[in-house]
Write a protein that binds this ligand. Structure first.
Ligand SMILES: Nc1ncnc2c1ncn2[C@@H]1O[C@H](COP(=O)(O)OP(=O)(O)O)[C@@H](O)[C@H]1O
Ligand SMILES: [Mg+2]
Length: 328
């Protein structure tokens, strides 16, 4: 399958008093039509900024300063804001970690949905209601009439996230970006939402970017995984390869940190901190924390390179990672 989305050399900087913070600094990423790509990495690695950059929702002092974001061949960064509206909400939809935070607390769900359907699908009032009901059923809400009459605070977290998914799908997008969609939910509901995303992908022929720091979620539903560190993708491969034949020391560290990750729902167990992006380390960005680092790593920036047709790593010693980590 061809790539639906391809990001090349994306740079998103945030202007600050001490100069620009290079939050995304040469990000490369691709997701093939119909796939679920997991985007993982510690908090602060730039996952949300990546999602917002693709939607072109970065606000000042943030700015996209370079690169290309190709959606089915169209470079989104070359579009006018008006041109972008044909993509945002229509060809690509997005859901967030805290669904209730994005719903207007004083508007009933039905009002919000009708509005979105009328904008994105260009349908009248009655048709909008029909479609809302249909979409609510589609996302697994068995009493859609009641949901339409509800205010956001009357919904559970899981129901609110299903409503958000319904809203994101209103414009029949081809790409759905889900940014930590289950992080705020309890464990059983998390599993239901993840299963729903997998079902929707299959039934609606969606392509999904699933941002998460939960590696169990990734292992369960993702076809491909991109591992992000300090504003760059450091490994990109089919999910089973990332887990069974990691070819980047950072990925190995993430996997090692996993047992405690389950307890704390976080990946903070890797020694050290992600670097200051105003002055990132010379050479490889992970080198100060890396168990394999050698002299070359501080001197030379590693490129994201192909080890196999579908396995990329940004490590000088990628070929040796399996042997030296004991993961392979
Ligand atoms: N509006 C902003 N202004 C300044 N810095 C920001 C802003 N949004 C994000 N950042 C910085 O970008 C980095 C990556 O953030 P983010 O994409 O939210 O990380 P992740 O989603 O991987 O946890 C962080 O260091 C964060 O401080
Ligand atoms: Mg985030």
């Amino acid at each position: 399958m061809p790539d639906l989305l391809r990001i090349e050399g994306l740079k998103t900087y945030f202007e600050g008093p001490g100069g620009p913070v290079r939050v995304l600094d040469g990000l490369d990423l691709a997701v093939a039509q119909g796939q679920i790509l997991g985007l993982v990495g510690e908090s602060g690695s730039g996952k949300s900024v990546t999602a917002l950059s693709v939607m072109r929702l970065i606000r000042p002092p943030g700015r996209i300063v370079g690169g290309r974001i190709l959606f089915d061949g169209t470079d989104l960064l070359q579009l006018s804001e008006v041109g972008m509206r044909a993509f945002r909400g229509r060809r690509m939809g997005m859901i967030f970690q805290d669904p209730r935070g994005y719903l207007n607390p004083v508007m009933r769900v039905g009002m919000v949905m009708a509005e979105v359907f009328r904008t994105h699908a260009g349908v009248g009032r009655r048709e909008a209601k029909e479609r809302s009901l249909e979409m609510l059923r589609r996302v697994g809400l068995p009493a859609p009439e009641r949901v339409l009459r509800a205010y956001p605070h009357e919904l559970s977290g899981g129901m609110a996230q299903r409503v958000m998914i319904a809203l994101a799908l209103a414009g029949e997008p081809r790409l759905l970006i889900a940014d930590e969609p289950t992080t705020a939910l309890d464990v059983t509901v998390q599993a239901q939402i993840i299963r729903l995303l997998a079902d929707l992908r299959r039934d609606l022929d969606l392509t999904v970017i699933l941002i998460t720091h939960n590696l169990s979620v990734v292992a369960e539903v993702c076809d491909e995984v991109a591992v992000m560190y300090a504003g760059q993708v450091v490994e990109l491969a089919p999910a089973y390869q990332v887990f069974e034949r990691s070819r980047h020391p950072y990925t190995v560290s993430l996997l090692r940190a996993r047992p405690s990750a389950v307890r704390s729902r976080d990946l903070a167990a890797i020694p050290g901190h992600i670097p200051n992006l105003r002055r990132p380390p010379l050479g490889c960005r992970f080198q100060p924390r890396c168990f394999m680092a050698g002299p070359r790593c501080a001197a030379e920036v590693p490129a994201l390179r192909h080890l196999e047709a579908d396995h990329l790593s940004r490590c000088h010693y990628a070929e040796e990672v399996g042997e030296r980590s004991g993961v392979a």
